[in-house]
Write a protein that binds this ligand. Structure first.
Ligand code: ATP
Length: 958
């Protein structure tokens, strides 16, 4: 069988709301099968990048929304690629392959939110490959059955998830709770499989059963996600259809089995950014081992194809073990690379396109899968016919060129052998059929059961909480009905077994809150120290629920309250419309607004600021989760979000950025993590927490030397930044400055001494300044040389040592680091470096006359540990919260006092104004300004009031 390349399709989606709000630009263009991408930064000076793929799908624009919600091309000229087109190109091929007995795989790759699930699963109105393939397979079976009624077809369905290297069965009710996960084993020559006793694929005979199973799968996915504090974007979902055909051929029963794998991979973003965050993680501490390994396998296979012999590291991860056949073996494989069109996702999109480009070099070798026994029988029969024809073929080591007697004996043996084999395979077929039918019956009754207790149906009429998930596909997959047993009007929601509504997630207490029903209304009462938010605001007291209120329980469990009994419109569509407009992003925005982190008109701000706020909003729940994990494992760490003053980043083009201030309780140690590093660490913290929960101690060797919650204390941290105005060097005037150093929060943290000394080409400082001075650098400065000297650094805090500086000049990619000082906080670091520009162009002039030189100061922290402090992390948090509350209380009192003062002063002022006015009008010199002043100074409102009354009286008299 000839090998063929993996087919690669790239699909670009339209702008999402956020990209629209940012006024994003489309950087992607498609022409025929070619996809082109431009760098949004015109200064990068890069040519556009061009990639040729098997399919380039344009789903960016040119569509209309049909009444049923289907997105279709908006005219004959539209190049919009809809779900049907993807199915016709990729899905139909897979179905045909399956009927011919080939294995097929489709996997979707791309960053979170790029449209992987949309292509693979789709939405109810825009079904993706899984539902379309599943729907069509039964139609095709029906028409095959009409052609030859004797043929039999069996389809089984399974849905698994790989998260943190553990495989879970999403269709089993205990799947979400399965700690060890399903085991894999290797069948020689056939790759890795899940141990059969672990995973029982469900027989299916209609599309509607598959639909129900997928609903169940999504529900389990949501539960597993919150239970493990995972985000679905880090999990890989694999839907597997096994398709068995039994048909008669030349009087024999033949069996063909083909496997269809549809894989929705984890978001690729953390993959390409790891390393960019500067975190040098040790091998084996990958953010997503499976995805890293997939990249390595694709790389190895691609270079193998170009003639190199390389080991393909399939065995490195669970995902690559399971995809072994799909990638390098017996399968026809398609990769769908999903990309965002937007300029702010440029780097990610280029990385996805490169990944796809490598994948297209891979060759696979698909074979028709027939039952080995059938194959043997067929081979034997072939041999017999050849023997009969008197051929001279070898059969099982017996030469056919034998005496007649021997030939007869061999033939008899062979025929007996065949008969035995046939009987055996028939028996086995019967057994299989029986067990299949039995399992089918079981599955049908299970589906019926699911139907009976169909929560979705009940939710149409019963008040309930419906979940909101970051992955829109999982929104609405969990519904908790608010049904009160006889005689009760309170339901307890929490994590404990046996509570009325069990929810899982970080920061969810055993008994988290009570939901009561009083006089036809619903109320929520948060229990002690539980985090319950309504519409962005944390509540500690009981509050009433109204339709479509957004609730947050714990760190990041989002729900919307729906009470269908209170709708004016009783339509299902109405609920769907209401619910689909609510996203995690919107809830986070509400929280950020309520907490004062962002203000009302923020979406009208400039794109950089908006981008920063969007990032902040995304980080909020994760920071909350990190803190919760710290509390639960008593890590003595605290994480706080803040917006970093861009100046400290040491680059004039830096934009405001949310960062995480990391603090170790009981010490003075603190670090600033940029979001990339935090996200990497957060992923690892979640893994760590999972291991912790499962073993109650960390015995995973990968954490022996590495703790994702903290940085090594000897890692230098930034003390602050000092700015020097370098403009004078353009005039060849030396500068000697003592800039102040300010930290990330603009607080004074020290000072430095910096000299900028103009010099000649040899580095010799001009002695006669007056002679060397240049009045008009635009005209007369042709070359520029100067020395940067950094001497004494004074750091206000004594908690730093090994202090050093770093800076970069125009045109330099890398920062230059000075030597580090010793164990003092006021070291003398004698740094000198010459900066040379042999040709001065307008960019250099503009840069040095516009921007300061940023000199960042770093040091190693000396921890002053307060060992005597035995508080737990939870106690720390509680203490800080109450201190914060107290200080808020104090502030409030202060504000009230000031307000009173202000009112008083205003009143006084008014009195004085009236008084003066009166004096002016009547020229009553008696009332002298002195007197007025006295009144004011007396600061006695009573006197003022009296005075005022007096004046009024006088006024009236006149
Ligand atoms: N081709 C498309 N046409 C219209 N809408 C799309 C398209 N692709 C994606 N979308 C929409 O974009 C959003 C994000 O897509 P999707 O959830 O498929 O991303 P994803 O890559 O699977 O993300 P995740 O990793 O979070 O699952 C969804 O609301 C989806 O409906």
């Amino acid at each position: 069988m000839p090998s063929e390349n993996i087919k690669v399709a790239v699909r670009v989606r339209g702008f999402n709301d956020r990209e629209k709000a940012l006024n994003s630009k489309c950087m992607v263009e498609m022409n025929g099968n070619t996809t082109t991408i431009r760098n949004p930064d015109p200064n990068a000076g890069e040519a556009e990048k061009r990639f040729a793929f098997d399919y380039s799908y344009w789903s960016f624009d040119g569509f209309k929304v049909e009444p049923n919600g289907y997105l279709a091309p908006d005219g004959p000229k539209s190049r919009y690629c809809d779900q049907k087109r993807v199915f016709n190109d990729l899905g139909v091929g897979i179905l045909n392959n399956a009927f011919e007995g080939y294995n097929s795989s489709i996997f979707a790759y791309g960053q979170t939110g790029s449209g992987k699930s949309y292509s693979i699963i789709g939405t109810p109105a825009n079904k993706g490959l899984v539902p379309l393939v599943c729907g069509q397979i039964f139609d095709m079976i029906e028409s095959k059955k009409k052609e030859s009624p004797e043929d039999q077809f069996e389809v089984t369905f399974s849905m698994i998830e790989i998260y943190n290297e553990i495989v879970r069965d999403l269709l089993s009710s205990k799947g979400a709770f399965d700690r060890k996960g399903l085991q894999l084993h290797e069948k020689p020559g056939r790759g890795f499989h899940i141990v059969e006793k672990d995973l029982k694929p469900t027989p299916v005979n209609s599309y509607s059963t598959i639909e129900k199973l997928m609903e169940q799968g999504n529900k389990n996915k949501s539960i597993a996600e919150t239970k493990m504090n995972a985000t679905s974007s880090r999990a890989h979902t694999i839907v597997e259809l096994v398709f068995k055909q039994t048909f008669k051929k030349d009087g024999n029963e033949m069996q063909r089995v083909s496997v269809i794998n549809l894989v929705d991979l984890a978001g690729s973003e953390r993959q390409s950014k790891t390393g960019a965050s500067g975190d040098t993680l040790k091998e084996g501490i990958a953010i997503n081992l499976s995805l890293t390994s997939l990249g390595n396998v694709i790389g190895a296979l691609a270079s193998q194809n170009s003639g190199k012999t390389v080991r393909v590291p399939y065995r490195d991860s669970t995902l690559t073990k399971l995809l072994m056949n799909a990638l390098g073996g017996n399968s026809k494989t398609v990769m769908v690379a999903a990309i965002s069109p937007s300029d702010n996702n440029y780097a990610e999109t280029v990385s996805t396109l490169r990944y796809a480009d490598r994948a297209k070099q891979i060759k696979t070798n698909a074979k028709v899968n027939e039952d080995p026994k059938d194959k043997l029988i067929r081979e034997l029969q072939d041999e017999i016919s050849k023997l009969k024809a008197g051929g001279v073929t070898m059969i099982g080591g017996i030469s056919a060129d034998l005496s007649k007697k021997e030939y007869e004996r061999a033939k008899r043996e062979m025929e007996e052998n065949i008969k035995r084999q046939l009987e055996e395979s028939e028996k086995q077929m019967e057994r299989l059929k029986e067990s299949y039918e039995q399992r089918l019956a079981e599955a049908m009754s299970k589906a019926k059961e699911l139907d009976n207790q169909n929560i979705n149906e009940k939710a149409k009429i019963c008040p309930h909480l419906s979940n909101i998930n970051i992955d829109p596909m999982l929104t609405g997959s969990l519904k908790h009905l608010l049904e009160y047993p006889e005689g009760r009007n309170l339901l307890v929601i929490g994590a404990a077994d046996g509570v009325d509504i069990q929810i899982y997630g970080l920061g969810v207490s055993d008994r988290h809150a009570g939901i009561s029903w009083e006089n036809g209304e619903f109320f929520v009462e948060p229990y002690l120290n539980s985090r319950v938010m309504k519409n962005g605001k944390q509540h500690e007291e009981k509050f009433q629920l109204n339709n479509f209120d957004r609730l947050v329980f714990g760190a990041s469990l989002y729900y919307i309250f729906i009470n269908p009994t209170k709708f004016d419109q009783d339509s299902e569509q109405f609920i769907i419309n209401q619910v689909t407009t609510i996203t995690v992003e919107k809830i986070q925005k509400e929280i950020a607004q309520e907490s004062g982190l962002i203000s009302d008109g923020f979406d009208k701000r400039d794109p950089d600021e908006l981008q920063c706020i969007n990032e902040l909003i995304d980080l909020m729940p994760m920071v909350e989760e990190a803190n919760q994990m710290s509390i639960l494992m008593d890590k003595k760490m605290r994480y706080d979000l803040m917006i970093l003053n861009p100046i400290v980043m040491g680059d004039p083009h830096s934009k405001p950025k949310p960062v995480i201030l990391v603090k170790k309780f009981g010490t003075t140690l603190e670090w600033i993590w940029y979001s990339d590093r935090f996200l990497d660490r957060k992923a690892l913290m979640s893994d760590y927490y999972l291991d912790y929960k499962e073993d109650a101690k960390i015995n995973n060797p990968k954490y022996k030397e590495f703790d994702p919650f903290i940085d090594a204390p000897d890692m230098p941290v930034m003390i602050g930044v000092g700015l020097v105005e370098p403009k004078c060097i353009l005039h060849r005037i030396p500068l000697s400055d003592n800039p102040k150093v300010f930290d990330y929060s603009k607080k004074l943290s020290g000072s430095l001494h910096v000299d900028l000394m103009p010099c000649d080409k040899q580095g010799i400082i001009f002695e006669n300044i007056e002679k060397s001075i240049i009045q008009n650098p635009e005209k007369n400065l042709n070359e520029l040389y100067f020395l940067v000297r950094i001497n004494n650094v004074k750091c206000l805090s004594t908690r730093y040592k090994k202090i050093f500086c770093q800076y970069k000049c125009f045109g330099e990619e890398q920062f230059t680091m000075t030597d580090a000082g010793g164990d003092t906080n006021n070291p003398n670091i004698s740094h000198q470096r010459m900066i040379s520009y042999s040709k001065v162009d307008p960019n250099i002039l503009k840069y040095y006359s516009t921007f300061p030189l940023f000199i960042q100061v770093f040091g190693v922290q000396i921890s002053s540990m307060n060992e005597s402090n035995k508080m737990t992390t939870r106690q720390w948090f509680d203490k800080e919260r109450s201190e914060k509350n107290n200080s808020v209380e104090k502030l409030r009192e202060e504000v009230n006092r000031l307000q009173l003062d202000l009112d008083r002063t205003k009143k006084k002022l008014k009195n004085v104004e009236t008084l003066l006015d009166f004096a002016e009008k009547k020229k009553k010199k008696k009332i002298r300004v002195d007197y007025v002043r006295e009144c004011i100074l007396s600061n006695n409102p009573e006197i003022m009031t009296k005075l005022y009354e007096l004046v009024n009286k006088l006024n009236d008299k006149d």
